[in-house]
Design a protein around this ligand. Structure first.
Ligand code: SF4
Ligand code: SF4
Length: 384
């Protein structure tokens, strides 16, 4: 948090938080602070939401900044916009804190360019599991409206990863909508955020102490829930036999990888022909082991993904939403991520400035392998 953000700007509220946040973005477009806003909007069928880049103030009226579900992680939507470099427009993007964290990770992986993007976030009450929402969208909307109105951050019907999320508030965003009792406070959290308040000629005069205390108390509660859940998940994944049993129902659809914002590789090994051997090779494997299960390599897919992206997993829960056989993929990956990130003293999505351990490393950290790299480099120099 920047120095001046001990105070925030008290925003004028309309009849509900959704409308108040929309009003902010409508005014910002009118004042040409932004050219467009990236927000969720209901799809025409009414049973899901999509990320829409909105330029027209009239269309903005129909957006729903706080959506009850998260069909796509917003980091993926932003990646589509900036993957080939920054655009020509000033964009505001409003996301859940886990989506901000995914955006920060993708920025470090050169998948997102934040130069002209201002990231907004808000205190997140969680999202409903997709399957529950699709079964009863209007009931889901009503329930979610009540959650926001009551500022209920501890609701049992939100996704299991949301129930144990202790990073549901301020993250590495530029500006944050803080829900403090009946008040809506805009908190600046970066130089870009400070500049926006200056451009708007707004003074941050509202003390944030009460809101910060509420958030800290909730974080403590959620951290406790998280630790308890992780104890259970640990028993599900530690040891090969447990891992095999946990993923026994996996049908190898790879939906969990396709929906994950961090699984960004354009060419995944598991989609290559090498990972899809012909019948002779399958029979050879069956001969060596006595039998093979098909589809092949389901455990390898999950352990491969764990090795590949658990340093950057942000516990968004998209993988669980996408799993057709209800494997608790998100809780499993969140647990594994907590262990990997602890080992590397790294926190996914905390700051663009934190180097990604697997991308930037010191040779000493690699032990014997580091020595081999050093000697190979020395040999190369001698050849030059
Ligand atoms: S592994 Fe699952 S919880 Fe983690 S970032 Fe990917 S989709 Fe989100
Ligand atoms: S989404 Fe579920 S069934 Fe599909 S690969 Fe992932 S864990 Fe297996």
């Amino acid at each position: 948090m920047s120095e001046t953000s001990k105070n925030g700007v008290l925003l004028k509220t309309k009849e509900n938080l959704q409308k108040s946040i929309l009003q902010f973005f409508q005014d910002a477009i009118k004042k040409q602070i932004f050219d467009a806003v990236l927000l969720p909007m209901k799809v025409p069928s009414g049973d899901s939401f999509a990320w829409i880049m909105i330029k027209d103030k009239e269309i903005l009226k129909d957006a729903q900044p706080l959506a009850p579900i998260m069909p796509v992680n917003a980091a993926k939507a932003l990646k589509r916009y900036t993957r080939k470099g920054k655009g020509k427009f000033k964009i505001a993007a409003l996301m859940r804190p886990c989506e901000i964290r995914a955006t920060i990770e993708l920025t470090k992986l050169n998948q997102v360019n934040l130069e002209d993007i201002t990231l907004f976030s808000y205190d997140c009450v969680g999202a409903f599991p997709m399957q529950d929402y699709i079964a009863d969208p209007s009931g889901g909307d009503e329930k979610f409206g009540k959650l926001i109105a009551d500022k209920n951050f501890n609701f049992k019907d939100v996704k299991p990863v949301c129930q144990i999320c202790d990073k549901f508030s301020l993250s590495a965003n530029d500006l944050h909508f803080a829900f403090s009792g009946a008040e809506l406070i805009l908190v600046s959290n970066s130089e870009k955020g400070e500049k926006l308040l200056t451009d708007l000629e707004w003074q941050a005069e509202t003390d944030l102490a009460k809101w910060q205390k509420q958030i800290e108390e909730l974080k403590k509660l959620k951290s406790k829930n998280r630790a308890e859940t992780f104890e259970i998940v640990k028993g599900m994944v530690e040891g090969f036999d447990n891992l095999v049993e946990t993923f026994a129902n996996c049908i190898g659809c790879h939906n969990c990888g396709s929906s994950c914002p961090i699984c960004y590789c354009r060419q995944c090994y598991f989609d290559t022909s090498v990972a899809k051997p012909n019948s002779d090779i399958i029979m050879l494997r069956a001969e060596e082991r006595g039998a093979v299960s098909l589809p092949l390599d389901r455990i390898m897919f999950h352990t491969g993904r764990m090795a590949h992206m658990s340093l950057s997993c942000v516990s968004c829960g998209l993988c669980s939403d996408a799993c057709p056989v209800n494997i608790p993929v998100a809780r499993i990956f969140s647990y594994v991520a907590s262990q990997t990130q602890k080992t590397f003293e790294y926190e996914a999505g905390a700051s663009v400035g934190d180097a990604l351990p697997m991308k930037e490393y010191k040779l000493e950290e690699l032990g014997e392998l580091g020595e081999l790299v050093k000697s190979a480099e020395a040999q190369e120099e001698n050849h030059e």
